[in-house]
Design a protein around this ligand. Structure first.
Ligand SMILES: [Zn+2]
Ligand SMILES: [Zn+2]
Length: 333
């Protein structure tokens, strides 16, 4: 079978790989489509201790079960499934409270084991979640990033809130959509790229002034600031914007990881009694909710996807890293 193998920074190649056989408790999935995630791009751009070559990435994947291992219901063969890529131990204190994203021995398909940028791959049967036949492949591949948005907006947005989402890439736009679905009164979107703001607007955002989003927020909230800021970018400049834009007693969700370290205005955190919450991936409940939202047609796919053959994976990754107006690229074997 063919697989797109990551060989090191900026090197990826379509290679022949052995066909996987299902171990006990596993299923083999034939991939229909697998979307490129921002975290895959990080791994492609520079050497990362979390993505060790040679590696077959891909964790936003939809496909069909084509074989099952011992102990798995044979009736699952032929099932259409979406990959639920966090594999957690199920026994530690965090898993027992439902927070599989924080499992100390958690693994991610497409990072710690072979993922969906291949014709076939095997995973534990519990990581293959049934999905309705009438959901298009690209929208099904969006379920995993939608789960990230559900994780953040489900816990932080109250009916009638004003929300600012910083960054209008795929995750930022899904945060906007999640905020709107969670009952936000206004979901402001801030980004330096006007075309991205335009796209966010189509998904329900109120776009902010590209040059001075902080002043724009102040003007639109009578100087009070917003109830919740979701930072989907994560740079020193966006932490500063978040602390300026949040109201006293408000909340900041730290999602984006643009920079790992930098200066933060702790005076503002204390003075406004801001709650800052880190956000990483999603729980099983969030993933289930994301499946429901996609099956119910609550995400408008207009303008989201570019489809490319898996064989053009190297080019797709390079162009996304170097800058393109493509939004979400879906690779198809
Ligand atoms: Zn992802
Ligand atoms: Zn665990």
């Amino acid at each position: 079978m063919k697989a797109l193998v990551y060989l090191g920074p900026r090197r990826m190649e379509l290679q022949d790989a052995p066909e996987p056989a299902p171990a006990p408790g596993e299923v083999v999935i034939r991939s229909r489509a697998s979307a490129i995630c921002g975290s895959d791009l990080h791994g492609f751009r520079e050497a990362s201790p979390r993505r060790i070559p040679p590696l077959i990435m891909g964790h936003e994947t939809v496909g069909d079960v084509v074989a099952v291992g011992a102990g798995v219901d044979p009736a699952r063969t032929g099932e259409r499934v979406v990959l639920k890529p966090i594999l957690a131990c199920g026994e530690c204190a965090r898993c027992l409270e439902g927070r599989i994203n924080l499992c100390a021995s958690g693994r991610l398909v497409g990072r710690d084991l072979t993922g969906g940028f291949a014709e076939l791959f095997s995973v534990p049967a519990s990581a293959a979640v049934p999905i309705a036949e009438d959901v298009p492949n690209d929208l099904a591949a969006l379920i995993e990033p939608v789960a990230n948005a559900v994780h953040v907006t489900g816990r932080s947005i109250r009916e009638g809130d004003d929300v600012l989402v910083i960054g209008a890439g795929p995750i930022g736009v899904l945060m906007v959509r999640g905020a709107v679905l969670a009952g936000a009164r206004r979901a402001f979107s801030g980004d330096k790229v006007a075309a991205r703001l335009k796209f966010a607007e189509g998904q329900g955002a109120t776009p902010l002034d590209v040059d001075d989003p902080a002043a724009d927020i102040a003007a639109r909230t009578d100087g009070a600031g917003v109830d919740v800021v979701i930072d989907a970018a994560g740079f020193e400049s966006t932490w500063a914007l978040a602390l300026q834009a949040v109201r006293a007693g408000g909340r900041i969700e730290a999602v984006g990881l643009g920079a790992s370290k930098g200066t933060v205005d702790f005076f503002a955190i204390a003075g406004k009694e801001v709650q800052i919450t880190g956000s990483f991936a999603w729980t099983g409940a969030d993933f289930g909710r994301a499946v429901q939202l996609i099956e119910a047609g609550r995400i408008d796919p207009e303008g989201w996807f570019t489809h490319m053959p898996l064989a053009e994976g190297q080019r797709a990754f390079e162009e996304l890293v170097d800058g393109t107006d493509r939004f979400k690229v879906v690779l198809e074997p």
